[in-house]
Each structure stands twice: as structure tokens, then as C-alpha cells.
Design a protein around this ligand. Structure first.
Ligand SMILES: C[S@@+](CC[C@H](N)C(=O)[O-])C[C@H]1O[C@@H](n2cnc3c(N)ncnc32)[C@H](O)[C@@H]1O
Length: 301
């Protein structure tokens, strides 16, 4: 992010505060960090970790914001901050989402089929989708957000099963998807339920919509030479980031006869990572969850 002392920065995805704490150090006591998370539990944990690391004074350097990052422009306006020098998105789930069975993200543990990143800001759960959406809508979600080739078969089995009983737990859904797979494909590299669980999680949290929405807001908030950094963990997210960054680097493509075009006449961003930055072997060894991370960085022109 190339943050300097006295800078202002936004962490769009506070999580447990790892990046925010690095950012607090980078901008120093004269700078400030604005950190968003939609999960209240994570804000509390991060706050505690910031106090443990910097003492209570550390909280003077950071504003913790309980909101979806899709509301970034509005929240920053309320805080009367027009520009920042860097914005980070470290997308997706944090560790407690996966390790706490009651959050319903993991098919390895028995839990309610919830999958909301924010239980405070959102009502729609994975169980609502699984038990009420039409077979076609379910198949579309599983295909589009999970890139699952067996989406139709899985959607059909969900609908058949829910006629007998409501599908309310992670294990119920895992078992159902497992049996939707032909026996010879059930024991591959990843578990048959992986893609269906990813699809439902994306649908519950509108993950792709909020990402598409926030990127232009982030560019507007960046000061000259400010940096936008996005770390994504699956190809659907990365594709959105890649296409957006590319769209901001293009010159105006209006034909010459359009004398006063409404579009940008100059590129807005310079992409600093021609291809995404991937974790090193050492990083993946230390933190296996980083293996799918892709980081892209751009600078405001
Ligand atoms: C991968 S974790 C971030 C980890 C963090 N960088 C750290 O160092 O601990 C992603 C976090 O972003 C939050 N999050 C994901 N999407 C969000 C959104 N649209 N709005 C606000 N927070 C979001 C999740 O709740 C989770 O806590």
C-alpha cells in the first residue's frame, strides 16, 4: 500500500485486525485508519487485539466501523473524510467463520445452515435459500457461484429432500450433495460439497454484487497516487477485480465524431501488478489457507 507517516487509509475487511494493525504502524500517530467489518464479533476481537498491541491509545489511530463495505462512500462522507491514501480489501471469510460450527460455513462440522457474515445486518440465511428458492434458481446459484457442473442434479435432490423434511443443518446438506455425486466422483481432491457451499455463501452475502459496487467508490475515495489493494480467494472475485482495474486503465474509446464524450478521457488507475501476486511456498506452508490468494494492486493517476 506504500503508506507513509501521517497518511489516512481504509481497511475494507478488518477481520481479526492483522492488516489494520500493520496499517496503524505504517501511518503512525499522525495518520488514521478506518476499518470496516460487517461481523460484530470480529470488530470486538480486533478491538481487543489492537488494545493488546498498542494499548488503549492505539484506538485513537483507528475508527472501527460496523458496516458492509458496500456503504463505504456514505460512511466516509458521514465521517467527513473525502480522500485516503490507500484502501485494502482482503476478501472472504475470517478464521472464526470456518472454525465456529454455529456460523454454518463449514460442512466439516454440524451446525445450522446459516452462512451470514453479519447476523446483525442481514436476515437471509442459507437455510432460507435452500428451503424456499425454486429448483431453477437453486441450480443457477450453484452453477454460477459454485461453478458446479452437477448443479441441476444437486438442485433437484435438494427439492426432493425438502419435500420430506426442512434442510436445516450443514451435515444434512453435505450428505445430500455427496449422494448427488456419482460414486466414482465422490472421493476426489476436494469434497463434493465444496462448490455448493461456496455458491450458497456467495449468494447469502451478495459477495459479488457488493464487490462490484464498492470498487468504483474506492477509486473515488483515493487521493492522487493512493493505492487500491485487493486480495481475493476464488476466481469469481478475482475476475471482478481484474476486469474493473482493466476498465479504469483504458483511454477513451469514443469514435472521433463524438466531440464531447461523457466518458473518461484519461486512464484513472495504473495497475502495478501485471499478473496477480501469489503467496510464496513458504507462506502456503505456514498458512495453508493462503494457497488460493491472489493480490492485485493499482495506483490512482
Ligand atoms: C479474510 S478476512 C480479513 C482478515 C484481515 N485482513 C486480518 O488481517 O485479520 C475478511 C473479513 O472481511 C469481512 N467482510 C467480508 N465481506 C465484507 C463486506 N462486504 N463488508 C464488510 N466486511 C466484510 C468478513 O466478515 C471478515 O471478517
Amino acid at each position: 500500500m506504500n503508506l507513509q507517516k501521517g497518511d489516512r487509509a481504509i481497511d475494507g475487511t478488518l477481520g481479526l485486525g492483522g492488516h489494520t494493525m500493520d496499517m496503524i504502524e505504517a501511518v503512525g500517530p499522525k495518520g488514521h485508519v478506518y476499518s470496516f467489518d460487517q461481523d460484530l464479533e470480529h470488530l470486538e476481537i480486533a478491538k481487543q487485539r489492537i488494545v493488546e498491541k498498542f494499548g488503549k491509545d492505539g484506538l485513537k489511530s483507528v475508527t472501527l466501523i460496523h458496516a458492509n463495505f458496500v456503504d463505504m462512500a456514505e460512511k466516509m462522507k458521514e465521517l467527513k473524510v473525502a480522500e485516503v491514501n490507500g484502501i485494502l480489501f482482503d476478501l472472504g471469510l475470517a478464521l472464526p467463520h470456518l472454525t465456529r460450527a454455529e456460523r454454518g460455513f463449514s460442512f466439516q462440522q454440524e451446525g445450522p445452515l446459516d452462512m451470514r457474515m453479519s447476523r446483525e445486518l442481514s436476515d437471509l440465511t442459507a437455510a432460507d435459500i435452500v428451503n424456499t428458492y425454486s429448483e431453477k434458481d437453486l441450480a443457477d446459484i450453484i452453477f454460477e457461484f459454485g461453478e458446479e457442473r452437477l448443479s441441476r442434479k444437486i438442485a433437484h435432490m435438494i427439492v426432493e429432500c425438502r419435500l420430506k423434511e426442512r434442510i436445516t443443518t450443514t451435515k444434512q446438506l453435505e450428505d445430500l450433495v455427496f449422494h448427488a455425486y456419482p460414486p466414482q466422483l465422490r472421493h476426489g481432491k476436494s469434497h463434493p460439497a465444496t462448490k455448493t457451499f461456496q455458491a450458497l455463501r456467495i449468494a447469502v452475502n451478495h459477495e459479488l454484487d457488493v464487490l462490484e459496487n464498492v470498487l468504483p467508490q474506492a477509486v473515488s475515495l483515493l487521493a492522487l497516487r493512493g493505492r487500491l489493494v485487493a486480495i481475493s480467494y476464488h476466481s469469481l472475485e478475482d475476475r471482478i477485480v481484474k476486469h474493473f482495474l482493466r476498465s479504469q486503465t483504458k483511454d477513451c474509446i469514443c469514435p472521433p465524431e463524438v466531440m464531447r464524450c461523457e466518458c473518461r478521457t484519461k486512464p484513472v488507475l495504473e495497475v502495478l501488478t501485471k499478473s496477480p501476486v501469489l503467496p510464496t511456498d513458504e507462506e502456503t506452508r505456514e498458512n495453508p489457507r493462503s494457497r488460493s490468494a491472489k493480490m492485485r494492486v493499482a495506483e490512482k493517476l
